[in-house]
Design a protein around this ligand. Structure first.
Ligand SMILES: N[C@@H](CCC(=O)N[C@@H](CS)C(=O)NCC(=O)O)C(=O)O
Length: 309
């Protein structure tokens, strides 16, 4: 039963690099405050055992920074073109994504995956490939994509950058700051610092433009947004990156983005939600302060200096 499991601990957010191992008490306490929302979620009640749609796009997902890439774009396509989709919640804490029916569709055994029932059940894994596939087939007016080959390349570059850089590094920052069985100062400062370096690059790129490519909201922005929205949770102060913060607020203001973040439910780890939690929950605020001090001490121990690029 879902209610017997702690939120976010163990495999719940593997992209946040949460191992299925016992955690230190203080890390568990930090996360327990987030548990209620997940535990109340009803969409997790049934364990999927296969595909359920027979037409249109079927999305297999969980509300992580990678998962929301697909759900945000699908919500945008729904709003822009009336394109409906079917969704199945894949509870990654219970390894549904490792089951044979799932790995047949997404061999990497990770979410998100989409299946296009209107194209003979063609399956797509990996965020970049999903964003590209969906816009190539279902964004005829290029509202979220490009026609100019150089802009197409620019968008690909930012999406590849997110896949190879921001996602993995921020995921490791989460892991070393929060979920590793022991606090390893070198890892903490290494991955938090690398995340800062990467978001510094976004911040710099956004100093003269509202969006990453062609000054137009697109799949290039969607690819990184989920991660940027979770920066505070990863131990990075987004206030230090004003252009990036303004970009994230701009994107968050879009109704389809708010909807996409809540597919299949709202994890409650966004930057604003994190700040609200600090205000509302004194115990949480104390734990977070202690964590921030540990990260700072780790940086000092290894002489970390912010530099970007
Ligand atoms: N590069 C992939 C990463 C996908 C990924 O790591 N997904 C995580 C959740 S955000 C996952 O499914 N974790 C479960 C697991 O590792 O088994 C993408 O961008 O789609």
């Amino acid at each position: 039963m879902l209610s017997s499991r702690p939120l976010i601990s163990r495999s719940s957010l593997r992209i946040l690099h949460i191992p299925r191992i016992a955690q230190r008490d203080n890390t568990r306490a930090s996360f327990s405050t987030f548990t209620v929302r997940l535990q109340q979620n009803k969409t997790m009640a049934e364990r999927p055992t296969g595909l359920k749609a027979i037409s249109g796009i079927e999305l297999l997902t969980f509300p992580t920074p990678n998962g929301v890439k697909a759900s945000i774009l699908l919500e945008e396509l729904k709003e822009a073109y009336g394109k409906e989709y079917t969704m199945q919640a894949i509870d990654i804490r219970t390894n549904v994504q490792k089951e044979p029916w799932f790995t047949k569709l997404g061999p990497n055994g990770r979410i998100p995956v989409i299946v296009d029932h209107d194209q003979g059940g063609f399956a797509v894994q990996e965020g970049l490939a999903i964003l590209s596939y969906l816009t190539r087939h279902y964004d005829p007016d290029h509202k979220f994509s490009f026609t100019d080959p150089f802009d197409i390349s620019r968008a690909e570059q930012w999406m590849a950058w997110q896949h190879g850089g921001l996602g993995p590094m921020q995921g490791q920052a989460n892991h070393f700051n929060r979920f590793a069985p022991e606090r390893i100062p070198y890892g903490m400062q290494r991955y938090t610092g690398e995340t800062e370096r990467l978001v510094g690059i976004l911040d710099n790129h956004l100093k003269d433009q509202d969006y990453l490519v062609g000054n137009k909201y697109s799949i290039a922005d969607i690819a990184s947004f989920g991660w940027v929205n979770g920066l505070r949770f990863a131990g990075v102060d987004i206030d230090r990156f004003p252009n990036l913060k303004a970009w994230a607020e701009r994107i968050l203001a879009r109704p389809a983005v708010a909807k996409g973040l809540a597919v299949p439910f709202d994890m409650g780890l966004g930057n604003d939600q994190y700040l609200k939690k600090l205000e509302d929950d004194r115990e949480f605020a104390e734990k977070e302060k202690a964590l921030a001090e540990q990260i700072q001490a780790a940086k000092e121990k290894y002489g970390y200096k912010y530099a970007s690029p």
